[in-house]
Design a protein around this ligand. Structure first.
Ligand code: NAP
Length: 257
């Protein structure tokens, strides 16, 4: 069990799936948590469930102005930020590049890549201005490491998130105070819940089986298994780890089998 007592932590896309589980675990570990999300119904319900340690702020991360305003609230009401998990993301419509649609490309790049950039930029500014110390994890995907066909916007957005995380890791590995803001990415394989909720899995049994088959472990992962890695990367236990893209994928990216 990690100890986040006294730490102010922020999760984007914390209202369901992986983000919700990481949010629950951070609160269990003593953090003061801020969740950014689009859907106020889901957000205020989560905040009710997690109690006074959790504050929900409605924010579409694709909108730079809204992200700036949300961080203004964080600065005013919390005064500091120690850890952040940039997890908000969506999938693209399935289809080959020639058949894909520019609006869908813009939507997915807008949320996954631009949204991560807008959040990361505000987090780095806050952490650098306070004491130059912090930890950030960005959510990539196994598809951000090994490309898959039919999802060009998603694959491109996640590959770019890896690169952006590494650029940030280099820029903030040693800050003016002599401290570090560590920035890492996670690359989950197929995880149950969220984008792989029961309804979607049942709707397409063939697709579901394919997701299992591409893992070496022949199973889905769980949100808890992802949360274990995220909490470790955000904790002081990972104090010498920065610029890593960590697979949590049941061996999906390890090679052909
Ligand atoms: N599940 C998997 O198998 C898997 C595998 C690899 C990577 N991932 C990545 O893991 C992350 C979470 O996925 P998940 O499976 O847990 O899916 P999910 O349950 O659909 O979670 C996505 C979260 O992102 C939020 N979100 C979406 N657009 C947003 C926006 N414009 N502004 C703010 N929040 C926004 C959603 O909130 P609202 O409902 O309020 O919009 C929701 O909380 C994603 O980045 C995804 O690419 C998932």
């Amino acid at each position: 069990m990690y100890d986040f007592t006294g730490k102010v932590c922020l999760v984007t896309g914390g209202t369901s799936g992986i983000g919700a589980r990481v949010s629950e675990r951070l609160v269990e570990c003593g953090a003061q948590l801020i969740v950014l999300g689009r859907d106020p119904g889901k957000g205020f319900l989560l905040a009710d469930q997690l109690g006074s340690a959790c504050r929900f702020i409605e924010c579409d991360v694709a909108d730079a102005g809204r992200v700036e305003r949300a961080f203004g609230i964080v600065r005013k009401d919390f005064g500091r930020l120690d850890c952040a998990f940039n997890n908000a993301g969506v999938t693209a419509r399935y289809g080959a590049i020639a058949d894909s649609c520019p609006d869908d490309w813009a939507r997915v790049i807008g949320i996954n890549l631009n949204g991560t950039y807008h959040s990361l930029r505000q987090e780095l500014r806050m952490m650098a201005a306070q004491d130059g110390v912090g930890a950030i994890v960005n959510t990539s995907s196994c598809a951000g490491v090994v490309p898959i066909g039919g999802q060009v916007a998603y694959v491109a957005s996640k590959h770019a998130i890896n690169a952006m995380s590494q650029v940030a890791a280099l820029e903030y590995a040693r800050t003016g105070s002599g401290g570090s803001i560590r920035v890492n990415a996670i690359a989950p394989g197929p995880i149950l819940g969220g984008m792989n909720n029961e309804e979607r899995l049942k709707a397409s049994p063939e697709n579901t089986q394919r997701k299992i088959d591409v893992t070496a472990m022949k199973r889905f992962g769980t949100a808890d298994e992802v949360a274990n890695a995220v909490l470790w990367l955000l904790s002081d236990q990972a104090s010498y780890v920065t610029g890593m893209v960590m697979p949590i994928d049941g061996g999906y990216g390890s090679g052909k089998f």
